[in-house]
Design a protein. Structure first.
Length: 282
């Protein structure tokens, strides 16, 4: 029975609320011989500092504290360079912020900077960006008309020889970086957000989806008009089968046209943008 009690006591011991002076005051040492948990107290109290630090380190990470209040887009662009909310800044050259006019009808959200974007500091400038520009043109749009950004601001990669190979950002890194997207889109106020790929979906909608099943239609979004899911242009680039690549490219262009039609039909400006996951229809 005493073993059971000791196990229970150790399990509920909260190192963050340990005040050794108060403990000694309320439990004078002379009474400790009657307490089955007494032999545990010294050890638990001794470890409380390091256990408390561990608890603090496990707190969810977020970029929110790096975002200046009332910032404009240029201020956000500068501020993101100082973000240390996750470890991705350590190896990247720089953070890559979005580009495009505030008030753009469509905001495209991609994944994270690639090798070219990391070096140049601009979104979608590599091969996937070139394909994206081509698809935009085929959908009757051009880059200066739209806003283009990413779910994660620093390049995640692993080195293989002289090459830096892209690695998908973890859920924790996407969540940490999400406040930048939220702050940015609050200023752009797009009529429709186009999520290109799973990482963008995760950041904007807050859950994974069956992308190929849910792509291509605009779902309501209380604060931003609508959200449309489609593939990432990098996915098209990686397709080995040329025939399939061509047909997937056509679908990608159709998805962009759907977003364009939706944005053009929105007469009233959207409400101030807020990522509201609960209000995003499946
Ligand atoms: S990836 Fe995002 S959250 Fe992580 S350090 Fe860079 S800007 Fe901050």
């Amino acid at each position: 029975m005493e073993d059971l009690w000791r196990a229970y006591y150790a399990a509920i011991f909260n190192p963050a609320r340990t005040n050794v002076d108060l403990l000694l005051q309320h439990m004078p040492a002379r009474r400790w011989s009657n307490l089955p948990e007494a032999q545990l107290i010294q050890e638990l109290a001794f470890e409380s500092g390091s256990r408390e630090r561990g608890m603090i380190q496990k707190k969810p990470i977020s970029a929110a504290e790096f975002i200046p209040e009332g910032a404009t887009l240029p201020v956000l662009r500068e501020a993101v360079q100082a973000c240390r909310a996750c470890e991705l800044w350590e190896c990247a050259t720089q953070a890559v912020f979005g580009e495009g006019p505030a008030g753009a009808g469509i905001a495209f959200v991609g994944e994270q900077p690639g090798d070219n974007e990391d070096r140049e500091g601009r979104p979608f400038v590599g091969p996937a960006g070139q394909l994206f520009d081509m698809a935009l043109a085929d959908a009757g749009l051009s880059r200066p008309e739209v806003y283009v950004t990413g779910a994660v601001r620093h390049f995640r990669f692993e080195e293989r020889g002289k090459r830096r190979i892209h690695k998908t950002a973890s859920r924790a890194q996407v969540a940490a970086c999400q406040p930048w997207l939220e702050a940015e889109l609050a200023l752009v106020r797009p009529k429709v957000i186009v999520c290109m790929g799973n990482t963008a979906v995760l950041s904007v909608i807050g859950r994974g989806v069956r992308l190929m099943e849910e792509r291509g239609t605009v779902n309501p979004h209380r604060s931003a008009g609508g959200v449309l899911i489609t593939v990432h242009p990098g996915f098209l680039l990686r397709m080995p089968d040329e025939k399939r690549k061509a047909s997937e490219y056509e679908r990608f262009v159709e998805d962009i046209k759907t977003a364009r039609t939706f944005a053009e039909a929105q007469r009233t400006p959207p409400l101030p943008y807020r990522l509201d996951r609960a209000s995003t229809a499946k």
